[in-house]
Design a protein around this ligand. Structure first.
Ligand SMILES: Nc1ncnc2c1ncn2[C@@H]1O[C@H](COP(=O)(O)OP(=O)(O)OP(=O)(O)O)[C@@H](O)[C@H]1O
Length: 627
């Protein structure tokens, strides 16, 4: 249903779909229409023009009614096109799945056979098949299906190879499922969308190929005809009576165009990445559509965010991922940004340098200043000169951010050379020093290794070295230690802490781990459903949380030596950011909720010694009262 809605939203696909339905309905009801017999000749009225002698679309060189032949011919062309597409899809997909799943010799054998078929130009191959089998519609169908099998086989094999070693397939093998069951129930459902997409975009092509064979006299045989053979006959009188070729030519154009438009729509609707805009060409910097002028910063720091608002516009839905977020960091300071998954931490961080993919991302308000320079809406040249140079990022998974085919040293050298016009030799020396700074042993030899040759911890150190390459003023670290084990995590944290002190780096550290915040951060901000709900010094947040969300989030964390404490999970889930409720977004999960929590804007206001977005904060504890 959702897929149909998505197709209908695409105007071109909708138009294609409607036209195709009309043509198919017309073809289906052709026997019921009061038409002349398609093969009845009328020698007295040969090549009649449109409307002449009672022939709406004229007559051909034997005086046969073109309208009647057109509709009967359309039936044949559509049927042959669809049937050959189904045969090619089924046979090709079966070969592809078996080759991709079995691998090894079977794969090699099947794919080399497919390669051999692909080695011939397809029309030559189709001609050869028809020549061997003899002319006729059935044989044309077999030929068209056969030449299209390789296209499906190769596509589906590629997808199956990717799936065959996925964890869920391994799990099915471990559960003792037979190969046939794994193929039918684990692999097939995952490749069906690819088969449908491939078929929908090639059906039009197959109709054209069948028409091509008939045009050459190898498909439908007289007196029957399809659109191709109608065109073939019309070509003989192309100079004297060109109008005879218009109806079949136009019908082929209409059918193929409508199928292709619909096919593109089906492909877009079935691919979830296309649906969310992830595969559309992202812009070099996030689109900025401010509703009001950039606000003046209320705090000062080397990086100051004021009322940042970032949304994702997907179709008619608006996902308010980040709302009125204000943050600042001073040189040498570390700010922790904490929150559950999906609370908007990464989108906030990426908004700073215009790195949120557009479409679908749009920054709809706010300001981000690096020193005195406004970054939101800055031209691309300026953003590029600052990205990685003055403001650098460290991401969670270095394997995803390091290029797998280049040595880590080359990637570091490139990062340095992008911003500094120094020679390769000097850049290499600097890269080795950077690797030493991040405590990689044997930096001189490690510089020539590939990312996959390093352990997770080492790779993350390279990620940090990349971020440090140009001696930035600010580092935004997005969960850089989440994928690492605790020992390596501790080493990376102490490394960042040392670098902060020795280089005066300002760090925004995104995490959902309070332990990390305690160890590294001076101040902390807690995010929930795209907003900052509490901010203060690390001590204030950790020892005296005032927002019920922060307090409950901390109650979920086990503490060493506190074995008897009950771990309280927070009931419910955060609200979807495209359907944020009025008032406090945490109200539905909050144990202190009251009627006034559910209406109006709740400001981030001073509560005790720090700030929280709450009308009924948690009681302050003795330590804060004493301060
Ligand atoms: N392309 C997109 N289309 C629609 N919504 C999106 C898109 N990308 C992110 N979002 C939404 O934006 C919100 C914020 O996501 P974000 O990645 O910033 O969360 P996070 O707090 O960093 O989570 P995590 O800890 O899992 O990285 C989420 O609700 C997410 O669903």
């Amino acid at each position: 249903m959702k897929t149909l809605q998505l197709i209908a939203r695409n105007r071109l696909a909708l138009a294609g779909g409607i036209i195709l339905i009309l043509v198919v309905v017309l073809a289906l009801i052709t026997p019921l229409l009061p038409l002349k017999a398609p093969n009845a000749t009328d020698p007295a009225n040969k090549n009649a023009f449109f409307g002449e002698s009672g022939y709406l679309l004229g007559s051909d060189h034997l005086g046969r009614d073109i309208l009647s032949r057109l509709l009967w011919g359309t039936r044949v062309s559509l049927a042959i096109g669809f049937i050959s597409a189904v045969i090619a899809a089924v046979v090709g997909a079966a070969i592809g799945i078996i080759a991709g799943y079995a691998g090894g010799r079977t794969d090699n054998l099947l794919m080399r056979a497919i390669d051999m078929i692909m080695g011939f130009p397809y029309i030559l191959l189709a001609l050869a098949i028809v020549a061997a089998l003899g002319p006729g519609l059935m044989n044309a169908l077999i030929a068209v299906a056969a030449v299209n099998v390789p296209f499906f086989a190769r596509n589906i094999r590629g997808v199956t190879v990717g799936l065959a070693h996925k964890e869920f397939v391994d799990a099915a093998r471990l559960a003792g499922m037979s190969h046939a069951r794994i193929i039918l129930f684990e692999i097939l459902p995952n490749v069906v969308p690819v088969i449908v997409v491939a078929a929908s975009t090639t059906v039009g092509w197959m109709i054209l190929e069948t028409a091509g064979l008939s045009f050459l006299g190898l498909g439908s045989q007289p007196p029957d005809s399809d659109l191709g053979s109608m065109l073939g006959l019309a070509k003989d009188s192309l100079i004297s009576d060109p109008h005879v070729s218009y109806p079949p030519g136009l019908m082929i154009l209409i059918i193929v165009m409508s199928i292709n438009l619909l096919g593109d729509g089906i492909r877009d609707a079935l691919d979830p990445r296309l649906r969310s805009g992830a595969l559309s060409r992202p812009m070099a910097a996030t689109t900025v559509e401010r509703k009001a002028p950039a606000p003046e910063p209320r705090e000062s720091g080397v990086l100051t965010l004021t009322d940042i608002e970032t949304q994702f516009h997907v179709g008619k839905r608006v996902f308010k991922a980040v709302n009125e977020v204000s943050l600042h960091v001073a040189p040498g300071e570390c700010l922790g940004l904490i929150g559950e998954s999906g609370s908007g931490k990464s989108v906030t961080a990426l908004s700073v340098m215009g790195l949120v993919a557009s479409p679908p991302g749009v920054i709809t308000g706010g300001s981000a200043r690096y020193k005195d320079e406004e970054l939101i809406g800055a031209d691309y040249g300026k953003l590029r000169s600052l990205r990685g140079d003055r403001v650098a990022y460290i991401f969670q998974d270095p394997l995803a951010t390091l290029h797998p085919l280049y040595k880590v040293g080359d990637q570091l050298i490139e990062a340095i050379k992008v911003h500094h016009g120094i020679g390769r030799g000097e850049a290499r020396k600097r890269a080795i020093q950077l690797l030493k700074d991040v405590r990689i042993p044997n930096a001189e030899s490690r510089i020539d290794t590939y990312p996959h040759e390093m352990s997770g911890g080492m790779r993350q150190r390279v990620g940090i070295a990349m971020a440090l390459a140009n001696d930035p003023d600010v580092i935004i670290a997005d969960e850089p230690t989440t994928a690492l084990d605790v020992t390596v995590q501790a080493q990376i944290l102490s490394l960042l802490s040392d670098l902060r002190k020795s280089r005066g780096l300002a760090i925004i550290f995104i995490t959902h781990d309070f332990g990390v915040v305690a160890q590294l951060c001076d101040r902390a901000a807690v995010m929930y459903a795209g907003r900052i709900v509490e901010e203060g010094t690390t001590d204030q947040i950790l020892n005296n949380p005032r927002h019920p969300y922060t307090a409950r989030l901390m109650a979920c964390v086990p503490e060493l030596g506190e074995g008897k404490r009950r771990l309280e999970a927070i009931p419910g889930l955060p609200p979807a950011v495209d359907k944020l409720p009025e008032g406090c977004a945490f109200a539905d999960r909050c144990h202190k909720v009251q009627a006034d929590c559910r209406s109006g804007e709740i400001p981030l206001a001073k509560v005790g010694n720090h700030r929280a977005r709450c009308l009924h904060p948690v009681e302050r504890q003795a330590t804060e009262a004493a301060q």
